[in-house]
Design a protein around this ligand. Structure first.
Ligand code: ATP
Ligand code: MG
Length: 402
């Protein structure tokens, strides 16, 4: 069907009292960003809902993009016609012809905000119900949970008809919760952690540690590709590459094997915290999950966490691997994440990392390192890259290439 408008219903943000305007304004701007390739769409945000006027743009392409915008509970594509009973009847019949396959039950839900309209909602329900029965004499009306709910709204500027309600992504508009730095490796867990953070309104920037030539160009590209999978939820994500080679070589040279992992992680955290400050972020996010590997025992977390007072949120900390994988599949990061490019942690992984590192030893070994100097050099070599969603055109070109 050639829809002319999409009516968007807000999710949880409706309950936020005074902050409501902030939430609605942010949601409207996120919707505009998500639909940047559709310059004719007009976004009108009201207190209790949002109207997207399509102005000829294709709703089939717009709908999947809208499904990735957090803060939207659900939405209904609709068609606007003149406020004339005969014209409304004809459009209701046309819509039903399109969706009714001979089995479904139906209901008409009419509403009017324009009280000057010639029929009341009750009268309109009846008029349109009869119009449908005229063309499908065997169709069954059902008031509770009908298969097809044909909604008609009489507003000031026209009559709007819709027959479906599409589920949105839920959550809160990204950006209403401030900014966090996501430590993004090339693995399964950290992209899922980023997804959950965005879902609760947090804007993210991705911090990735790369140790060339030990880590490959493909490993870096994989981290960027994972970021591109998260970008549609926000429009674009800043990707920050941190040169980590010198630090890893130094740790390997100066520290006994058992403590490589703990001290490497402490360096990562120190650097992420410094980057957070530069970028004016509030918190740090990572993909740690309790007990998964040596660095993720409680004792390790305590030893690693000691270098920073910044709150660290671990969205997947208490999830099972299989639960994390399920989400990774839903957000389409799983296939990419399991590609076998070594990241910096795998390459320098000691055969037997300490699962219960001792802080006194950690401090003792760190005295052998020029921590400040190494951090300064790493921070001087940061590379920034703004990652946008893989555009449809790129996807097509790729398909041609195959
Ligand atoms: P993931 O699947 O996210 O890679 P993992 O199960 O492999 O996690 P680790 O490799 O121990 O676990 O990493 C734990 C967390 O540390 C990651 O989720 C990520 O947040 C951070 N991290 C690890 N390696 C890097 C890296 N190269 N760059 C940025 N962050 C990293
Ligand atoms: Mg990893």
């Amino acid at each position: 069907m050639k829809y002319t408008e999409i009516m968007v219903r807000y999710g949880e943000l409706s309950t936020k009292g005074k902050n409501r305007n902030v939430f609605i304004t942010r949601l409207a701007s996120n919707v505009k960003k998500a639909l940047i390739d559709f310059p004719h769409v007009r976004v009108h945000a009201y207190r209790d809902r949002m109207h997207l006027i399509l102005n000829g743009e294709d709703s089939d392409i717009i709908i999947p993009k809208l499904q990735k915008v957090f803060g939207i509970q659900n939405f209904s594509p609709s068609i606007r016609v003149e406020k004339d009973v005969e014209i409304i009847k004809a459009m209701a019949q046309e819509m039903m012809r399109e969706v009714y396959t001979g089995k479904e039950t139906f209901k008409i839900t009419a509403k009017r905000s324009d009280h000057d309209f010639v029929q009341t909602s009750g009268e309109l329900n009846l008029t349109l119900g009869n119009a449908i029965i005229d063309i499908f004499p065997d169709i069954k009306a059902q008031m509770k949970q009908p298969d097809i709910n044909l909604r008609v709204e009489i507003r000031r500027d026209g009559a709007y008809l819709s027959h479906e309600t599409i589920q949105g992504a839920g959550g809160l508009p990204v950006g209403t919760g401030g900014k966090g730095m996501l430590m993004l490796s090339g693995g399964i867990d950290s992209p899922v952690a980023g997804y959950f953070a965005m879902k609760r309104g947090v804007e993210i920037e991705a911090v990735h540690f790369a140790s060339p030539p030990y880590t490959s160009e493909q490993a870096l590209q994989k981290a960027k590709d994972l970021t591109a999978k998260l970008a549609p939820y926000v429009g674009s994500i800043q990707f920050i590459e941190v040169p980590f080679t010198e630090i890893q070589e130094e740790i390997k040279r100066c520290v006994p094997q058992g403590y490589w992992m703990t001290i490497t992680r402490r360096m990562m955290l120190r650097l992420t915290d410094a980057i957070r400050e530069l970028r004016k972020g509030l918190i740090i996010l990572n993909g740690e999950s309790l007990g998964q590997v040596a660095s993720q025992t409680l004792q390790s977390m305590v030893a690693i966490n000691e270098v920073s007072n910044t709150p660290i949120i671990r969205p997947v900390a208490t999830m099972d691997k299989l639960e994390i994988i399920e989400v990774a599949q839903q957000i389409d990061t799983f296939e990419l994440a399991i590609q076998p490019f070594e990241d910096c942690c795998t390459i320098f992984a000691p055969p037997q990392p300490k699962t219960r590192p001792r802080l006194d030893k950690v401090h003792h070994y760190e005295e052998r390192l020029d921590i400040e100097g190494m951090m300064e050099r790493a921070l001087a070599g940061l590379k920034m890259d703004e990652i946008t969603p893989e555009s449809d055109q790129q996807a097509d070109e790729f398909a041609d290439f195959l």
